[in-house]
Design a protein around this ligand. Structure first.
Ligand SMILES: Cc1ncc(C[n+]2csc(CCOP(=O)(O)OP(=O)(O)O)c2C)c(N)n1
Ligand code: SF4
Ligand SMILES: [Mg+2]
Length: 343
């Protein structure tokens, strides 16, 4: 019998080329499901894995870049400092596709200051928060995204209001803002495909239950609680430029948007919601209303297709810094002149 040959994408890579090391996370952790969606999305998008840089902070979520795209570059930064490292990578080589994975603790607690300034600058990257409402790696303390009144595994009730990272990202001028759930491949795969192509910061807050510390009764981030409270804004479809991927979208009120590389996004409004993804104010209102109803609103909240990434706003050359050679160093004469000023 002839062995089955693995199918290659338009960049000439098989899906296995996008895999990484074996995960060491708890069996059933939502983060591992997201990893498998990242592998699929990069394979579908036909991105050359050698042109990708993976970034992270510290946490169970921040460990996951080791589990996908092993051929890509990687920088596992310190806790809460993925954003400034990503900004540096983007400025040094804007031709790389950047994907960062952070946690709710890593981004909303220790890394909050770094996060908001990166959003203001519109660094071109896919910024994922694998949001479980706890510090999973350090055994389940509440993070700043934990809902008020939710119960920890140790029995504590959270007395503080939570930070809604999507609302914050919208306030900070982020040009692509979405929320999804680790278990919703149908929604998350199109979002990842769009994020890969977005020319700016594509922020996706992904609810990702921690089975070890946030999957009990009283937790608002357990698989059951998230499924029960999940309300989706729209149904999303994505069609690659070359390979026609079959999608099973029922006819209805749908909008097709063509992207710069010829791929197409289909946004089908759900009957209960009529959200315009080009309106930042409408996105904030929808999030605030859902919060008052204690719902997890998911989908694409905001998308600026005219987004100008940081390197273009600063008019930087497209040549990576390392290839600029002598041009990046001041001449001996210029250095002498500078030194003379301090004599
Ligand atoms: C400067 C610093 N402070 C505290 C810690 C301890 N620490 C490690 S991971 C973490 C929180 C991780 O939570 P999150 O980002 O939500 O990731 P998760 O494990 O839940 O995926 C903390 C507080 C650290 N490593 N470094
Ligand atoms: S502790 Fe929680 S977040 Fe960490 S690997 Fe286990 S299930 Fe996942
Ligand atoms: Mg967490």
């Amino acid at each position: 019998m002839e062995a089955k040959v693995a199918e290659k994408n338009r960049a000439g890579f098989t899906k296995a080329d996008y895999a990484g090391a074996k995960s060491t996370l708890c069996m059933g952790c939502g983060h591992d499901t997201i990893t498998s969606h990242i592998i699929t999305a990069f394979y579908q998008a036909g991105v050359n894995p050698y042109d990708v840089t993976k970034l992270s902070g510290i946490g169970c979520s921040s460990k996951t870049p080791a589990y996908f795209l092993s051929k890509s570059h990687g920088f596992n930064s310190i806790h809460g400092r993925m954003a400034p490292i990503a900004t540096g990578v983007h400025l040094a080589n804007a031709n790389q596709t950047l994907i960062g994975v952070s946690g709710d603790g890593d981004t909303a607690s220790i890394g909050l200051g770094s996060f908001v300034h990166m959003l203001r600058r519109n660094v071109r990257m896919i910024y994922l928060v694998e949001n479980n409402g706890v510090y999973g790696l350090t055994k389940g303390q509440f993070s700043a995204t934990a809902d008020r009144g939710s119960k920890s595994k140790a029995g504590f009730v959270n007395p503080y209001d939570s930070i809604d990272l999507c609302a914050l990202a919208l306030e900070m001028g982020c040009t692509f803002v979405a929320r999804s759930f680790s278990g919703d491949a149908k929604q998350l795969l199109p979002l990842l495909n769009m994020a890969i192509r977005h020319k700016g910061t594509a922020f996706i807050d992904i609810i990702s239950p921690c089975i070890a510390y946030a999957n009990h009764e009283g937790s608002t981030r357990s698989f059951d609680a998230v499924r029960a409270a999940n309300v989706s804004l729209q149904e999303l479809g994505f069609i690659q430029p070359m390979t026609e991927i079959k999608i099973d979208y029922p006819e209805g009120e749908a909008k097709t948007v063509e992207l710069h590389d010829g791929s197409r996004v289909i946004l089908r409004k759900l009957s209960s919601e009529h959200h315009d993804v080009t309106k930042r104010d409408a996105a904030l209102l929808a999030l605030n209303e859902a919060r008052a109803r204690r719902e997890f609103l998911t989908g694409l909240f905001y998308w600026d297709q005219q987004s100008v990434p940081l390197n273009e706003a600063l008019k930087l050359p497209s040549t990576p810094l390392r290839d600029l050679g002598e041009q990046t160093r001041p001449s001996v004469e210029v250095l002498d002149e500078i030194l003379a000023r301090y004599e």
